[in-house]
Design a protein around this ligand. Structure first.
Ligand code: ADP
Ligand code: MG
Length: 350
C-alpha cells in the first residue's frame, strides 16, 4: 500500500458526522460571558450554542473581538473575573461552575487547548522535554521521569520534529516559530484528549509553515479520532481542513453549517463579507479591508442586529430586534434578509 492509499484508507475510516445519531462530545448552550470594566459591562459572549461531535473538525470563524477565544476560555474555566452563565457539557458533564480541581482533571486530559500565543505559553527556562513531562505528570503524577522522557520523545516525533531525542533537551528560544507551534501541539495531545481546541494556531507563522501545521493538525485529528475546534479569523484555512463552520459576530454565532453549503450559499451578509475577503489568486486581503466599518464593541452594542450598522442589506426591521438563527438553505443564519442575500448571491456567483 502506498502512503497516499494508507492515508485515504485512514481518512475513510473516520465516520462521517451525522448529528442525528451521535452525541456531541462537547455541547455549549446559551453561553454568556460578561466582563465588568471601568467603561461598563462588556458582553463578550451572548448566548452561544455549539455542538462538537466526536472526530469532527469544527471551525469557529470571525473577525478579531467576536468572542471566539473568550467562548473557549470560559468553558474551560480559564477566565478570571468574568461572569459566565449558561451551559457547556463535556460528555454530559456540566463544566460551567464545576469546582477547580475537577475541571483541572478534564482540562488538558479530555479537552485541551492550544493557546493563541505560543511564545508566552512556553516556559523559557525549561527544556521542551521537561515541559512535556510536567504536562503528562500533572494528570499522571506517578509517571516515572524515564517514562515521561521516552513519551516526550515519542510525542515530538508524532508532531514531526526531527531528531526528537536531541530536541527534547532544547529550550523554546532555540526553536523556530513553526517548531514551537509543533511543541504546543505535542503538549496539547500529550494526555490523549478527545477534544483539541486550536486558537489561531497558524496566525503568527509564514504561509508555508501555516500549511504544514494545518496538515499536522488534520493528520493528528484522523489518527487520534480527535474532535478539532479550529479558531481562526481566516476562512481560507477552513475549506480543506474542517467539516462544519460556526461564524461568530459580536459574541454570537450568526451562521453555522457544513463547509460546502456555507461557502456556496451563505445566508448572512457577514459570512458573505468574510468570503469576499478570501484571497483571490495570490492576493492577500485583510478581513477589515473588505467589510466596511469596524467590529461592534461588546461595550456598546447597537439596538437590533449588531451587524446592521455595517451591513449593506440592512432595513428597518434589522435595527428593531436581533434575529435568531433560522434555517437558510442548508445552514442556520441569524439574519432577517437572507432571501435578499441569497438572490444577490445567485446574480454575482461566477
Ligand atoms: P476573538 O474573537 O478575537 O478571540 P475575544 O474572544 O478574545 O475575541 O474577545 C471578545 C471580546 O471580549 C473583545 O471585545 C475583547 O476586547 C473582550 N474581552 C476579552 N477579554 C476581556 C477582559 N478580560 N476584560 C474585558 N473585555 C475583554
Ligand atoms: Mg482570539
Amino acid at each position: 500500500m502506498t502512503a497516499a492509499e494508507a492515508r485515504v484508507d485512514r481518512v475513510d475510516r473516520v465516520d462521517p458526522v451525522d448529528p442525528v445519531d451521535r452525541e456531541p462530545v462537547l455541547q455549549v448552550r446559551d453561553l454568556h460571558v460578561t466582563f465588568s470594566t471601568g467603561a461598563g459591562d462588556a458582553r463578550a459572549v451572548r448566548g452561544v450554542d455549539l455542538d462538537v461531535f466526536p472526530g469532527e473538525a469544527l471551525a469557529v470563524v470571525g473577525e478579531s473581538g467576536s468572542g471566539k477565544s473568550v467562548t473557549m476560555l470560559a468553558l474551560l474555566g480559564l477566565l478570571r473575573g468574568a461572569r459566565v452563565t449558561g451551559s457547556a457539557r463535556y460528555r454530559g458533564t456540566e463544566l460551567v461552575g464545576m469546582d477547580v480541581a475537577r475541571l483541572r482533571q478534564i482540562r488538558g486530559a479530555k479537552v485541551s487547548m492550544i493557546f493563541q500565543d505560543p511564545m508566552t505559553s512556553l516556559n523559557p527556562v525549561l527544556t521542551i522535554g521537561k515541559q512535556l513531562g510536567l504536562v503528562m505528570r500533572a494528570h499522571e503524577p506517578g509517571m516515572p521521569k524515564r517514562i515521561a522522557r521516552a513519551r516526550a520523545i515519542e510525542l515530538l516525533d508524532q508532531v514531526a520534529i526531527s531528531q526528537a531525542a536531541r530536541r527534547c533537551d532544547s529550550y523554546p528560544h532555540e526553536l523556530s516559530g513553526g517548531m514551537r507551534q509543533r511543541v504546543m501541539i505535542a503538549m496539547a495531545i500529550a494526555n490523549n484528549p478527545e477534544v483539541l481546541i486550536a486558537d489561531e494556531p497558524t496566525t503568527a507563522l509564514d504561509v508555508t509553515v501555516q500549511a504544514q501545521i494545518m496538515e499536522l493538525l488534520r493528520d493528528l485529528q484522523h489518527e487520534h479520532h480527535l474532535a478539532l475546534v479550529l479558531i481562526t479569523h481566516d476562512l481560507g484555512v477552513v475549506a480543506g481542513s474542517t467539516d462544519r463552520v460556526a461564524v461568530m459576530y459580536a459574541g454570537r454565532v450568526v451562521e453555522t453549517g457544513a463547509v460546502d453549503p456555507l461557502f456556496g450559499h451563505p445566508g448572512h451578509p457577514y459570512t458573505r463579507g468574510l468570503l469576499a475577503c478570501l484571497p483571490r489568486l495570490d492576493e492577500r486581503h485583510d478581513i477589515q479591508s473588505s467589510i466596511p466599518g469596524i467590529p461592534t464593541s461588546p461595550l456598546s452594542l447597537p439596538p437590533g442586529c449588531p451587524f446592521a450598522p455595517r451591513c449593506s442589506y440592512a432595513e428597518a426591521a434589522c435595527t428593531d430586534a436581533e434575529p435568531a438563527l433560522a434555517p437558510h438553505h442548508q445552514t442556520l443564519a441569524a439574519c432577517f434578509v437572507t432571501t435578499r442575500v441569497a438572490a444577490d448571491q445567485e446574480v454575482t456567483a461566477p
